[in-house]
Design a protein. Structure first.
Lengths: 343, 166, 122
């Protein structure tokens, strides 16, 4: 019973922290953008504008939710925003947030569900997110959303291939799909980014395309498509798409930190092994969050720096550059690893 | 009846309901989404059998990839309820034949002496590496044949798309 | 061991519940609190000011579905590549070479699609 309570607290903690970070990433995006464009940015609500997410949330709740009359499948129209959000939340369950937290005689593992199929679970759940976009575009029964929905889902499935193939060498080296063990491997050996830099670059760029972020934000290309699959959405339903994008960014950042940058570990004495004291355990969680936040910052940084790709460039980059590169990477890695092991 | 059994019945009944919805809905998008749900419940059944790898693959390949393709085809070709043809005699006979075969098959399976419990079959599914090792030693030939099959599929895709695009 | 492992999936189920409630709650709250005053213009289709003609569900660039087909093939390939990656450290040289052939068959398929122009965006 006690065990169960601990796990429920863990789940509540993870969800709470994640949604908090997601809400504040929206604010951080506006701050960073203002800073890069030499503006002031949001500073009115609370000191330095830190209550802005609260104000935005209230605004979304009290705004009129327009249901366009040409929408013929109201069920799908309502459910679609949720479908983009839910997979992002579920995938965090297998991401290791820390090593152990030794509290009151319990040794709490820093991951909610320690699954052997780890990364495959993430890819399986994440692949369901595309339904939200397809259904949103289709159920809107309007031309821009339909076009945007189809475009965006073709983009997502193309880059899912890149994403999936790019990390195969990482798991070849670690010899496990369990993310907690992948981090442990890196704590004992070295960060995998030094061994698989190409993997990392392709994974990161594909993650940008997968989360529909600039330079691959074609689905919401305001200047060309007046927005994409969510053109007909307003108020809370729109907010759900918006938050879904940031939640996906969070998952992508957490995965980059976990797979390539040692997750909770740092290559210095007490932080490079699973924690035995509470202080080190908390430090591990801090290290993981710091790395994740850094990658979230990179997402924002890139958005306000690079212009958008054209759709044909996007597809060419995915299928004719990344997919062949990932396969070459897999072949080379397998030969090198096999030679190292047997010779 | 323990939790395990209850979950088995919940998932099975949900699967059957979804299966009926797939064929009962007039709108092809509804049918496709019912099928996605069905695959999700099937994954739940695999989890009950402790075949975790299989459950994940079920969601990844069927719910995540194959059904997206179905939806694409439905939407791009604009298939509507109205274009669905009336029941044809040949189709009816074929359907009855296949259903009969299925019923016979299930009956044959049920006649087999019952496996004591799922625990016997579990031995395989304990760890991921236990599942995958035989794949690359004992069953290497089928794996290679799958690669050939996938190559054939790719060639098929290219030929089909060529014909469509022209 | 098996029990402990089953429990992990229980957590996934609990998490699924939480993950569904969190997006659902704001939607429900907004539905209860937000005003609704639809007018014909407000609920009209979004089309840059020009009146919409026909509905949006028309036959559309079939080229998109080629990507979906190739995606399915690659998803199935990945299903074999991941277990291979896990089993890699303990495999014999023969098994590694056999899997290299497997990957090369995939490359061949990709090269064929490329040569025939199925991956070109037109």
């Amino acid at each position: 019973m006690n065990e169960l309570l601990i796990h429920l607290l863990k789940i509540a903690g993870v969800i709470g922290v994640m949604l908090g970070i997601v809400a504040y990433t929206v604010l951080a995006e506006r701050w960073v953008c203002a800073w890069m464009q030499d503006r002031i940015g949001p500073n009115r609500v609370g000191p330095f504008g830190i209550l802005q997410p609260l104000a935005d949330g209230l605004k979304f709740i009290f705004k009129e939710d327009v249901l366009p009359r040409h929408v013929r499948h109201k069920f799908y129209f309502t459910v679609a925003p949720m479908i983009t959000m839910v997979p992002a939340l579920i995938t965090v369950a297998v991401v290791p947030w820390g090593s152990y937290l030794p509290v009151l005689g319990h040794n709490i593992k820093g991951v909610i569900a320690d699954l052997d199929v780890g990364i495959l679970f993430i890819f399986a759940i994440a692949s369901l997110g595309v339904y939200g976009i397809v259904l949103a575009g289709w159920s809107s029964n309007s031309k821009y959303p339909f076009l945007g929905g189809i475009r965006s889902s073709a983009q997502m499935i193309s880059y899912e291939v890149c994403l999936g193939l790019s990390v195969v060498p990482v798991f070849m080296q670690a010899g496990t799909l369990n993310l907690w063990n992948v981090v442990l491997y890196q704590a004992e050996h070295t960060w995998l980014v030094w061994c698989q830099p190409l993997s990392f670059v392709i994974f990161m760029v594909s993650a940008f395309a997968e989360t529909n972020r600039t330079p691959f934000d074609l689905p919401e290309a305001e200047q060309e498509l007046v927005g994409g699959y969510h053109t007909e959405y307003s108020s809370m339903k729109f907010a759900m798409f918006f938050l879904g994008e940031y939640a996906n960014m969070f998952v992508a950042s957490a995965l980059m930190a976990t797979l390539f940058f040692g997750g909770w570990s740092l290559p210095v004495a007490p932080l490079n092994a699973p924690a035995t004291t509470l202080a080190v355990g908390l430090a591990h969680v801090g290290v993981f969050l710091a790395k994740t936040l850094f990658f979230l910052f990179v997402f924002i940084w890139v958005r306000w720096t690079l212009p958008r790709f054209r759709y044909d460039q996007l597809m060419t980059l995915g299928w004719k550059v990344f997919v062949p590169l990932t396969i070459v990477n897999i072949l080379v890695s397998s030969v090198v690893l096999a030679v190292m092991e047997n010779g | 009846m323990n939790v395990h059994d209850i979950l088995f019945w919940v998932f099975s009944i949900a699967m059957l309901v979804c299966g009926v919805m797939v064929i009962a809905h007039r709108n092809p998008v509804n049918s496709a989404m019912s099928l996605v749900l069905l695959f999700a419940f099937m994954a739940g059944l695999f989890v009950l059998l402790e075949a975790f790898f299989l459950a994940t693959i079920q969601v990844l390949v069927y719910a995540g990839a194959v059904m997206v393709l179905f939806l694409f085809v439905i939407m791009l070709l604009d298939i509507r309820a109205s274009v669905l043809k009336r029941l044809r005699w040949l189709g009816l006979v074929g359907a009855l034949l296949v259903s009969g075969l299925l019923v016979w098959e299930i009956q044959q399976v049920l006649r087999q002496p019952a496996v004591e419990s799922a625990v016997e079959a579990k031995g395989l599914a304990l760890g991921l590496s236990d599942v995958v090792k035989p794949l690359f030693t004992q069953y290497m030939l089928p794996v290679q044949l799958t690669a050939l099959l996938l190559l054939a599929a790719m060639v098929g895709v290219v030929l089909l798309s060529k014909r469509d695009l022209q | 061991m098996t029990d402990a492992y089953n429990v992990q999936y229980l957590f996934v189920a609990v998490f699924l519940g939480v993950a569904i409630v969190f997006p659902l709650a704001p939607l429900v709250i907004a539905r209860l609190l937000a005003p609704r005053r639809p007018t014909p213009v407000k609920t009209d289709v979004y089309e840059c000011g020009v009146e919409a003609k026909g509905d949006a569900w028309v036959q559309f660039r079939v080229g998109y579905y080629v990507y979906a087909l190739v995606y399915v093939i690659f998803a199935v390939e990945a299903v074999f590549l991941y277990p291979w990656a896990v089993a890699f450290t303990g495999l014999s040289v023969g098994a590694v070479i056999a899997m290299l052939i497997f990957v090369l068959l995939l490359v061949e398929g990709l090269a064929y699609a490329w040569m025939k122009g199925a991956l070109d965006w037109k």
